[in-house]
Design a binder for this molecule. Sequence first.
Ligand SMILES: NC(=O)c1ccc[n+]([C@@H]2O[C@H](COP(=O)([O-])OP(=O)(O)OC[C@H]3O[C@@H](n4cnc5c(N)ncnc54)[C@H](O)[C@@H]3O)[C@@H](O)[C@H]2O)c1
Ligand SMILES: [Zn+2]
Length: 816
Amino acid sequence: MTPDQAKARIQTLSQEINYHNQLYYQEDRTEISDFEFDQLLAELIQLETEFPQFLKEDSPSQRVGGTITKEFETAVHESRMLSLGNTYSEAELLAFDERVAKGLGHRDFEYFCELKFDGVAISLVYENGKLNRAVTRGDGTRGDVVTENIKTIRNIPIVIKGDHVPEKFEVRGEIFLPRKEFDKINAEREAQGEALLANPRNAASGTVKMQDSSIVAKRRLNCYFYQLITDEGDIMQHDQAMLLLENWGFNVSPTYQKCKGIKEALAFIESWRDKRHELPLDTDGVVLKVNDYDQREELGFTAKIPRWAIAYKYQAESAESELLSITYQVGRTGAITPVANLSPVQLAGTTVKRASLHNANEIERLGLYEGDLVHVEKGGEIIPKITAVAIEKRKTNTKPIQYITHCPECGTALVRKESEAKHYCPNTQSCPPQLLGRIEHFVHKRAMDIDSMGTERIRALIDQGYITDFADIYDLEQKAEQLLGLEMNQDQYQKTDEGMLYISLNKCLFALTEGISLSAINQFLDTEIENSLAQTLKNFQHFIRESKKKIAQNIVTIQMLESLLEAYPFPKLEDFLPVPIVLNLIVGKQVGISRLKELASTENTIHGIILESGISLSPDQDDRIKKLKANTFQEGVISNMMEGIKASKAQPFERVLFALGIRNIGENTAQILARAFKSLYALQTASVDSLLEINGVGETLALSIQDYFSEKQNLEVIERLKVQGLKFEIEEAEKTVLGNALAGKKILASGKLNHFKRDEIIDFIESHGGQYVKSVSKSLDFIIEGEDMGPSKKEKAEKLGVKLISEADFLNMVES
Ligand SMILES: NC(=O)c1ccc[n+]([C@@H]2O[C@H](COP(=O)([O-])OP(=O)(O)OC[C@H]3O[C@@H](n4cnc5c(N)ncnc54)[C@H](O)[C@@H]3O)[C@@H](O)[C@H]2O)c1
Ligand SMILES: [Zn+2]
């Protein structure tokens, strides 16, 4: 490589690495795997070593990848928080070991081996036995102060009890989200139709940087500690320090081991390669640290990493598999996600059949062709990824994958916004998965709270045309009778291209005979896989004779089935029978085959056909029809649902507003808007300017509110919901009046209060006649100063001459 080429390559690599650092540390997402990232960095370091004249001070090889954010106060670390050198190869570990031995001039040292926890680094400073502050790593020199958020983590000791606790010390550790919690959060997000979190590390990192500590508390973060820094005491070895941390009540992972030499360390690494998957959190390697502090000092640091430690990272396992097809899933938000269907391969202990492809860009980046052999990898992500295509193995005459242009669920042409990678189905109103998502959101506990309407039931109601919008839910009360016996599962049905309804053979045989169980029929059919339908029906008659149950009657019915199948030439469908034929045997006399044909091409279930035909069933017919159906809505379920629907009408306005699912109106925003505007009508008619005046409302939100109300369909649904008695304004009774000690006063509270949570203080002020104002301005009468009030706010208040009073004084003022 010429110096010019090296210079150019160093520049592109730096830019690329900076880009991925920004994604990883600031936006908590990734576009490439850690391995790919580390390879870029290794290449950069290699080039900078070869061409030191191009090594810049601000090269990503010289700096810790993170930075600070704008939302928090920052603090300077007393000693810098560094990265670790890393490697994926044993040879490089041996080379590291050689460097250590050479640096010390002997081999009399030990390694302390720990797992490398995949989370977010944190520094906690304790003074006089109390947690004083918690700071993120930031850019290594300066980090964000996130003390309030960290205090919500249950097993982080706020006060240290014990002997010889230094007056001042710092501990460092890794905050993580246990995998179980991560799965729980994602399950909830899925149910709410929100985007899933990619992995526990990103989730933990995002959580630590949240503004609202009460949400952090709900996330159940955890922390493992691995470093103690103090000038006091005479701790000379890392293992002593770890013991002390354990004694003081810090959570230390019990997975560490002291190793005599590199051989023992390598054995430790091997022993955890698979076992680490059983731990409650993600780990991506092992950290080797020289145990003795004097020796550490001798070895020293480079600009970015200590010379006395290294991380060995496990390479993600990979396998080769064939791309069978691509399915396009439509999410509850309308986002399209392509999923690769693969020939099954074993990977990291599980069988992998599918891999996520994220979006069209990813397919293009990989350059996928139909039938390609691909490399699949399972890293920290839940779903495996395709990392490369084996182009040399590509079959001739295959075509590149063409991305779909229309929604596979509803046929609407897909759209793609300029700044977004994903395609969307714009049919938010009636595309089935989107409607399902909106209804799930609507009935959610924190919205209308109709808990008897679970996903399966909603899906059944949508599939069978009972629900096409929110207001239809309230019309169900009139349709309770039709719901009795409604089928919940569609698996037993098929429709031909012409729209004719078919039902599975096992259900047919079950319903048309008496005294033979469905499982016996299934077992019989398992032995008939190779045979034609005609042969199977012959053999079934044999089977009836052997079963000795109602022989004559059962055989006559099956023979009638045979002759009907011959008389009416319906197209053949493997393992399914045309519904008109089957129903003809049960209710044919009352309905007639031509009417049954009509019904079976318009309805999607047996339940729908029977309802539509308007006949009443004899007890015997009813029994047979029940045997044809899937799981159905029973009386108890229906009455529960009706009660839930009725009770939901009492939900307060803010919940109704949240339930409507207006883009960008989350739970908190709904509360803020409900308080500010007091009725849906006022919100609907509000100008953009008056919306923007509300603290917490930005342009995007203002626009989506306007968008929402400009849709005629939305207004019609709201009208119908109003008629049903849902609350579209704040009830006066919701505002209790406790007194007027604060009448006419404009008040703001800042910092942490002892007697009130965030929203409680607002209610309290309003119920005493005061007005709560959300930002510092001249018009304020006073500010209640809580603990840790932000210095910038304080400064502004002082500049404007606004009085600050303590929480205690405030309470006295109200009481007197
Ligand atoms: N995929 C991407 O786009 C992307 C982007 C940036 C960074 N990354 C990944 O992040 C890594 C660099 O991140 P980094 O500098 O935050 O970490 P690092 O790999 O340099 O390691 C240092 C960090 O490891 C953590 N750690 C976990 N267990 C530990 C233990 N037992 N002892 C000491 N430290 C422990 C600490 O948080 C510490 O700050 C890269 O190796 C890369 O894989 C990936
Ligand atoms: Zn659609």
